[in-house]
Design a protein around this ligand. Sequence first.
Ligand SMILES: O=C(O)CCC(=O)C(=O)O
Ligand SMILES: [Fe+2]
Length: 387
Amino acid sequence: MPHSGHSNSPTCSTFPDLPRFSESVSTAPLLRISLSKLLNRDPEEEERCWNACCDLGFFYLDLRTLDQTASKDVDGTALLRDAAKLFEVMKGFFELPIEEKAKYDFADQGSYFGYKGYGAGIVDRKGTRDRNEFYNISKDDMLGLGEQLPSPSVLNPYRALYISYIHSSHAICMLVASLLSSRLPLKPAINESGGLPALHKLNAVSGDQIRFVKAPPQEQPTEGVALGEHTDFGSVTVLFNRLGGLQVKLPEYIEALPPGSSAPCSPVERELCEDGWTYVRPLPGHCIVNLGDALVKFSAGKLRSNIHRVVAPPGEQGGVTRYSLVYFCRPGDDVLLRSLVEGGTDGEEEEVSAKEWILRRALGRRKMGGWEGSGGTERVSMRGGTY
Ligand SMILES: O=C(O)CCC(=O)C(=O)O
Ligand SMILES: [Fe+2]
């Protein structure tokens, strides 16, 4: 099935000061959804967004809110500005000496917030090391709801920026959650208590976080997986990236968009596109929104949390350091991850709290031999297909 209608208005395809995305690779047909239209409750746009969440679990959200009356809840233009500033802030942090950054790695204290060094994660069951660095900022820390973790002095002046970014990203996630809530056949008791948004309150203690990611150019591109294949643990993810490299694994019923040029891609890039893996083209003015495991569980598999990974950016972008900025919205820590829909899979499923799920998934991928026990909803994600 072609995942049609991926384009609905003209867009500039380049980011200043970066090489262009390669036209020699096929790309994933993410729908482009307009934030303005969603805020205006445009029925057609809501339908497209719902379809994107059920079919692929990934879509572009056009944040260029031209109509100011539409942007009272979420100001897309302000979010784009915050994201651009955060790209600069994160570069300042990643430039610190490794010994300095390592002071903020709290994995041995059982926390996934703070720093994760290059190669500290695994990308497959063989235990192959990752090729990126992370810095995770807790929403609860920033909003004064939880433990205040030590943080480096280069990052401390920007608390107001993190808080503003958290508010806007969380509001986007709630917009998506309320749309999904209105379409899913939720049990009456769940609807009466506020549906999906009520499980993701901004002021509830949760694993929500900002993530900064840096992946340097890779010297051995054949083994070039920077971030191993995974589904996200939470509910809704808001992602900004500027270079290619993100790939989604398309299910058999969704076709990739053909390359824009007839110039061949490299043998490595061809290899990286086997088994349904397809590049996601970064679009200026947009974020990428994707769903995580919690929504698969809440919807008994109706919604998709697609498998994705990060490899070396294709073409000349491969020579440039790649940064990305993520906001993960997750259910409150105590929320049980189980079906909330009528006719779901009650009784048969393991009931695990959002907090236990995150710890299992995040920290399992930080240790040798942790791959098997740290899986998510991959099998459901591929609809029993090729995974
Ligand atoms: O860097 C990207 O484009 C994606 C990052 C990602 O998937 C993640 O951090 O979970
Ligand atoms: Fe991810």
